[in-house]
Design a protein around this ligand. Structure first.
Ligand code: AMP
Ligand code: MG
Length: 310
C-alpha cells in the first residue's frame, strides 16, 4: 500500500497534541493515542466507553523502544523472532522507569505490547518518539472495525481523524499471550495457537474464560452486532440471516457466506464485516451454521460465542 505522507503528517500532528485518532492495523482498526500521555490515554477510554480497569495494548515500532518500558525474556524473544511484526500481543513485566501512563495499565506492573505489521501504521510509529496505546476502535462490547468506513459509521465526528489503511488483512484481533509467569493464552486471535506451540515445543495453557477477568476479550459478552445469535443452526428461519462458512450452490436472500471455499483464514477476515452487513440489513436475528473448531475456526467460534451472549 502506498503511504500518503500528508495523512501521516496530520496523524502525527494530532497525536503530538494528545488527540486520539483511528489507525489501521492488520488485525482490526485501533483507537490510538500517545501511550506516555495520561491526557491522550484517558480520552481513549472515554471514547470507547471502556471501563478504566481494562488495560490497553501498546504498539511499538521496534525492540529497542520496547526495552525502554518492559523486561523481555527468552520465550518472548523466540516468539518475537518468529511472528513479529504480526497478530500477537505479549503481556510482559513493566520496568519501574517506564513512562507508560498509569491509565494504560490501570496501575498494573505488566504491559500488553504488540508490533503491528501494517505498513501505514509502521510508518507512523517510526515518525513518533513514543509508542501508541491502541485498543480496537469500537464501543466496548460491540463489533470491531475492519475498514475506515466502519469507524466512521460507529463514531462519526467523535474521532478527529481516521488514518486510511484499506481493509485489515487479518480482520480479527491479535492472539494475546501472557509471558509474565508460565506462558498462557489470554485471548484467541489471528495467530493460530498450534503455530505458537510449535515454536515453544509444548502445548501452551489457555486461560480465555477465567473467573477473574483481566482482558476484555475474556468478557462473556463482546464483539456483539446487537442482534440475537443462534449458534450451530442446521437451518435458518425465513426471517433470520444465515451465516455459512462455505459458499453453497443454492443461494437464498438470507444467506451470508464467510468464504468461497471454506478457508478459515478468509472466514476470519470476513467475520466482522459480515456481522456488520447483517446489522445494517432488515434481519433482526442471526443463525450460524457450525464452523470447525480448529485453527482460526477456534477464534471465530470464540468471537461468535461471546457475540451470542446478547
Ligand atoms: P483490544 O485492543 O481492544 O482488543 O483489547 C486489548 C486487550 O489486551 C484486552 O483484552 C486487554 O485487557 C489486554 N491487556 C492489555 N494489557 C494487559 C495486561 N497487562 N494483562 C492482561 N491483559 C492485558
Ligand atoms: Mg477490543
Amino acid at each position: 500500500m502506498k503511504i500518503n505522507l500528508s495523512n501521516i503528517k496530520k496523524a502525527k500532528k494530532l497525536l503530538n497534541k494528545n488527540e486520539c485518532i483511528a489507525v489501521p492495523t492488520e488485525t482490526v482498526y485501533g483507537l490510538a493515542g500517545n501511550a506516555y500521555s495520561s491526557i491522550a490515554t484517558k480520552k481513549i477510554f472515554k471514547l470507547k466507553k471502556r471501563p478504566i480497569s481494562n488495560p490497553l495494548i501498546v504498539h511499538y515500532n521496534n525492540l529497542q523502544d520496547l526495552r525502554k518500558d518492559c523486561f523481555t525474556n527468552s520465550t518472548f524473544l523466540k516468539l518475537y523472532k518468529k511472528f513479529c511484526p504480526g497478530p500477537i500481543t505479549f503481556v510482559l513485566k513493566l520496568k519501574k522507569e517506564s513512562k507508560i501512563s498509569k491509565y494504560v495499565t490501570n496501575k498494573r506492573n505488566t504491559l500488553a505490547v504488540r508490533f503491528p505489521k501494517h505498513v501505514v501504521l509502521k510508518y507512523l510509529l517510526k515518525k513518533l518518539n513514543y509508542p501508541l496505546a491502541a485498543p480496537s476502535v469500537n464501543i466496548s462490547s460491540k463489533l470491531s472495525a475492519v475498514c475506515s468506513s466502519d469507524v466512521k459509521e460507529d463514531f462519526g465526528k467523535k474521532i478527529k481523524f481516521v488514518l486510511e489503511g484499506g481493509r485489515s488483512s487479518i480482520g480479527i484481533e491479535s492472539t494475546i499471550i501472557d509471558l509474565t509467569k508460565k506462558p498462557k493464552i489470554l485471548r484467541l486471535g489471528g495467530l493460530k495457537i498450534n503455530k505458537i506451540n510449535r515454536v515453544l515445543k509444548k502445548n501452551i495453557i489457555k486461560d480465555i474464560n477465567p473467573s477473574k477477568i483481566y482482558a476484555p476479550g475474556q468478557f462473556k459478552l463482546h464483539y456483539s452486532p446487537g442482534l440475537p445469535i443462534r449458534l450451530n443452526a442446521k437451518k435458518a428461519k425465513d426471517n433470520e440471516a444465515y451465516i455459512i462458512l462455505k459458499k453453497t450452490k443454492t443461494i437464498k436472500s438470507n444467506y451470508y457466506f464467510l468464504s468461497k471455499d471454506g478457508s478459515l483464514k478468509e472466514a476470519a477476515k470476513n467475520l466482522y464485516s459480515t456481522l456488520r452487513k447483517i446489522k445494517n440489513s432488515k434481519f433482526k436475528s442471526i443463525a450460524i451454521k457450525s464452523i470447525p473448531n480448529e485453527g482460526l475456526g477456534e477464534t471465530i467460534n470464540d468471537r461468535l460465542l461471546r457475540a451470542s451472549k446478547y
